[in-house]
Design a protein around this ligand. Structure first.
Ligand code: BDP
Length: 319
């Protein structure tokens, strides 16, 4: 608890100066981390040091679900959150957690920088969070310690860690697997000790966490493309002058451009590191069986959120 509270209590150097805490789950050398550092540096520079920040990497300020709550309360000032765990509190955010909703990265960018991003931003604002921009997080694929996965039947009986969100439990259940929601930081040990057989993530996360050391089959199902949100606490945002808000927004937008470029580079680098490490990677050219198996997730979601069916429809039908 002390760790969570301490940064917010830091006394400002002058009456005006603000010292923000930024939450990040990833290691320092990761596209999200570099994006956040660039954001913080630009805000500090353009405000002549009035708005300075410290980015706490590696999840030291708490797990993602906890940090989202702390950001709503203004204890954490900003962070980069996966829209996966955010969906638990913000239904609009859940549209990106529907399997195979995006056709690819370009379409995802268009939707996130357009209608989908705007709708999610409104949902977040109602919960006390300002979405400043959307970072890339690639496509998530299954990995496990037992065998290659080529069809949904191969998931049956496997214990699979998922992010904290009922939709992902439904997704794994729909294939007959046993879904276990768990914090990111606990997954390595859970894989190592056999508490779970596998998990799912994008190449940079699978690689940077060393999960590949203890779960060496990586099956490119690419079932989820879940962008991440560079988010600011609405409490922090509302304290800013219009000029400072413009500076913060511009720095965020610039950091999105940087992060997306770094992301594409890191994806390639991670895949080649995984290959060099002897990970057994299998591609899945025809993903239609996975799509069909996961389709019940849509019904589960739309039943709970009928008002979002237009948005889902728009995303599914857009090019
Ligand atoms: C990574 C996301 C991170 C999530 C993590 C997870 O960048 O925000 O916490 O997956 O699986 O890809 O929990």
């Amino acid at each position: 608890m002390a760790l969570l509270i301490a940064p917010a209590l830091v006394v400002s150097a002058s009456a005006d100066a603000k010292d923000w805490s930024g939450w990040n789950i990833h290691v320092v050398d990761y596209p999200v981390s570099h994006g956040m550092e660039a954001f913080a540096a630009e805000v500090s520079e353009k405000t002549d040091g009035r708005l300075t920040s410290k980015v706490f990497h590696g999840g030291v300020l708490g797990s993602q679900p906890d940090a989202i709550e702390q950001t709503r309360l203004g204890i954490i000032n900003f962070g980069v959150f996966s829209l996966g765990p955010m969906g638990q509190a913000v239904p609009e955010a859940n549209v990106v957690s529907l399997p195979f909703i995006f056709k690819g990265v370009d379409q995802m960018h268009r939707l996130m920088d357009g209608e989908a991003g705007a709708a999610i931003g409104e949902g977040l604002a109602e919960k006390g969070i300002v979405a400043l921009g959307y970072y890339d997080a690639g496509a998530r694929s299954f990995y496990n310690s037992k065998k290659p996965i080529n069809s949904p039947d191969d998931v049956a009986g496997l214990k699979v860690r998922v992010m904290n969100n009922d939709l992902f439990v439904g997704m794994v259940d729909s294939m007959g697997g046993n879904a276990t929601p768990m914090a990111f930081g606990e997954v390595y040990t859970a894989l190592q000790t056999g508490i779970v057989d596998g998990a799912e993530n994008n190449p940079p996360s699978y690689e940077s966490t060393n999960h590949f050391e203890v779960a060496g089959f990586y099956s490119m199902s690419e079932h989820l493309i879940i962008p991440e949100c560079l988010c600011m606490s609405k409490r922090t945002w509302d304290e800013l002058s219009a000029e400072d808000q413009a500076i913060v927004q511009e720095a965020a937008t610039n950091s999105v451009t940087l992060q997306r470029k770094l992301w594409a580079e890191r994806e390639e680098a991670s895949m080649s590191k995984l290959r060099d490490a002897g990970v057994q990677i299998n591609t899945i050219d025809d993903k239609s069986k996975f799509q069909a198996a996961m389709e019940p997730v849509y019904a589960q979601f739309l039943e709970a959120n009928p008002e979002l069916s237009d948005l889902v429809q728009l995303m599914r039908s857009s090019d």
